[in-house]
Design a binder for this molecule. Sequence first.
Ligand SMILES: [Zn+2]
Length: 116
Amino acid sequence: MRVNKNDLVIILSGSSRNKKDSREKRYRVLTVDKKSGKVTVEGVNVVEKHVRPSRRNPRGGKLSMEMPIDASNVQVVCPKCNKPTRVGARFAEDGAKFRVCKKCGTDISPIAPAKK
Ligand SMILES: [Zn+2]
């Protein structure tokens, strides 16, 4: 899984996908769960939870929160070329590892630091 927190992504499938602008609209990744392969994305798959009044939330009412979606339903948008892209990995000579955009070849972010 090559999606990280704070990545910008597009939605490939699921109910949140808007057919017309699905390749245009970008969303921010809020959390990544590597174990389950799920991500939560800002404004995507939002559910309204009805909560009883509690000490933390004395008035109760509705609480909206993002539910996890499968990471395979999103595609990372390259910050450099601004296109939805597959993400590859690149090893530098010093052993450092980077995520790279398959479209333009730019490093998106480091994965692992250089080995000493
Ligand atoms: Zn790119």
